[in-house]
Design a binder for this molecule. Sequence first.
Ligand code: HEM
Length: 343
Amino acid sequence: MNDKLNLFFRLALVAVFLTYGVILLGAYTRIENAGLGCPDWPGCYGRVFAPTTPAQIEQAQRYAPRADISPSKAWKEMIHRYAAGLLSLVILALAIVGMQLQRRSHYARYLLPLLAVVLVIFQATLGMLTVRWKLNPLIVMGHLLGAFTILALLWWIALRERRFFRPVPVSPLTRRLRWAALVALVIVTVQIALGGWTSANYAGLACPDFPTCQGQWWPHMNFTDGFTLWHKLGINYDGGVLSLAAAAAVQMAHRIGALVTLLYVGGLSLYVIAAGKTHHLCRYGLALLIILLVQVTLGVLNVLTHLTVPIVVAHNGVAALLLLAVITLNHVVRPGAHEETTP
Ligand code: HEM
């Protein structure tokens, strides 16, 4: 039983690291404009590997006569897909071990991994639609949010094993923090969705300056067009199709979201640092504050450097860390969590 529990925990951790890697690879693929590096799915020009040699490129051209073949873009896209494929296998293994533990353990050990399997299938479908519907922004944002949801779920599964970041005993402080931490989770999730909408619409360059946008505090913006979620099919969205006013609205919404996040999550972290001396609660506040400040700095650098690849990828990666830090805070102040016992 203990061996199985150890295996379950290790698989959950491996899945967390792999998901994080897949998220970084996804951001890299997108910012390198390689999202349509392979015009088909799940193969690339009908093959398991991206075309590399002149003969393979010629064969790929026959497969898709109108495609502008770029082996380097095709490889970026395929490496992202291989990593996602490997992750799916690890999550499947986690679900199988969870089911084997089912009889003697808590229901969450098999229900949560099964939910992860369902999410991975949904995520693969979105990945396919991303290619078929030529980077439709709603699908691209959904794909990003799907990845963050899987990461959050796997992290929650790992945290529940209570090998690290154990919940602290209930106290008036943890009672106060429960709702506050939940609100922080909602705010961070909305902010990540706004970021996903910004990148999916290529609105990152609509405001090339900071703190102003196009030299103004409140530029000409079109929120209706910027937040029309569904755009028609049959268009290639590579590079974005929004007007400057619509793209500026999207970028400004993300900036306002960042301000709200900074004030609320920053305030909450300071409170946890000041009030949480017992049970080392303050370290969770400190971690949250550092990650938040790094993320806001990377966001500003995104604008000032006009979306350089390492900054964009880091901004995406630290957004994921911010989500994990807020989830961890929710976990340690969770009601009754410290009373549960590991079977
Ligand atoms: C609390 C803070 C923030 C969070 C959680 C956050 C999150 C995100 C996320 C998840 C993305 C999508 C990344 C991707 O698809 O690769 C994004 C994109 C973006 N964010 Fe933020 N962000 C924050 C703050 C900021 C700030 C303060 C700015 C600048 C003023 C900013 C500017 C941008 C830009 C320009 C993009 C588009 C990048 C692209 O097109 O590749 N962010 N953000």
